[in-house]
Design a protein around this ligand. Structure first.
Ligand SMILES: *Cc1c(COP(=O)(O)O)cnc(C)c1O
Length: 222
């Protein structure tokens, strides 16, 4: 790829709008999260300058190291989403830095987030991650346990959930996984679906994705 990340960003925005249109949806119904994990400020800053305001990171510590300065240099507010696993001892840092967490997947994290959001007076958007492929190495609540976990988050911990998130198995057709997530969200009255990456965001949008998480198609291969 010879284009710059800022040029690729505009192609991705056009592709998102086209996929939304094809699915009979408004283009502003789908939000692009630019995944900037592993990349340095010199690569990210031009993408902020090109108008992108929502970024995803998968490690709390890495994000702490680069985002305070990037945010201070930005002329407009930048929203940060944690899309990687959260350890409970990082909860306070995560609540202080991020605006959304896509990886709520166990009672201990739900409890820690409830306590910490109250303590800091910050309400984050929270997504329950579902391991739709039941992969042993992957984070997320198992599909058979999702109903109970969502109820626990709401009733026991008083969390207001925004939506659901999944990462389909790499070697499978993602469509059944997107469909499973959409069904589950509908059942629980959750409107937001964080699903779709560089290789499958168009299929995700066809299945109702409201947040797509795109890294390499913007920034190049890591
Ligand atoms: C890295 C990552 C992405 C982006 O993947 P690309 O294939 O580079 O678009 C999306 N979601 C999660 C959870 C990731 O870790």
């Amino acid at each position: 790829m010879t284009n710059s990340p800022a040029e690729r960003l505009s192609h991705i925005n056009a592709a998102i709008a086209a996929a939304a249109g094809k699915a009979g949806r408004a283009s502003d119904d789908v939000t692009l999260i630019a995944v900037s994990k592993t990349l340095g400020p010199e690569t990210i800053a031009p993408v902020i300058a090109a108008g992108q305001r929502i970024f995803g990171e998968n490690r709390v510590q890495e994000a702490q190291g680069k985002w305070p300065a990037l945010r201070a240099a930005s002329s407009a507010p930048v929203e940060l989403h944690l899309i990687g696993p959260l350890q409970s001892n990082k909860t306070a840092d995560a609540v202080a830095l991020f605006d959304a967490i896509h990886t709520v997947d166990r009672p201990k994290i739900a409890a820690a987030l409830a306590t910490e959001m109250k303590r800091q007076g910050r309400m984050l958007k929270l997504y329950v991650q579902v391991n739709t492929g039941s992969e042993p190495q992957k984070a997320g609540v198992l599909p058979g346990e999702a109903d109970r976990f969502i109820e626990t988050c709401r009733s026991l911990h008083g969390l207001e959930l925004t939506g659901l998130m999944c990462i389909p198995p790499a070697a499978e057709d993602p469509q059944p996984h997107f469909h499973m997530l959409a069904k589950l969200a509908e059942k629980h009255g959750l409107r937001h679906l964080s699903m779709g990456m560089s290789g499958d965001f168009e299929a995700a949008i066809a299945s109702g994705a409201t947040e797509v998480r795109i890294g390499s198609a913007i920034f190049g291969h890591r």
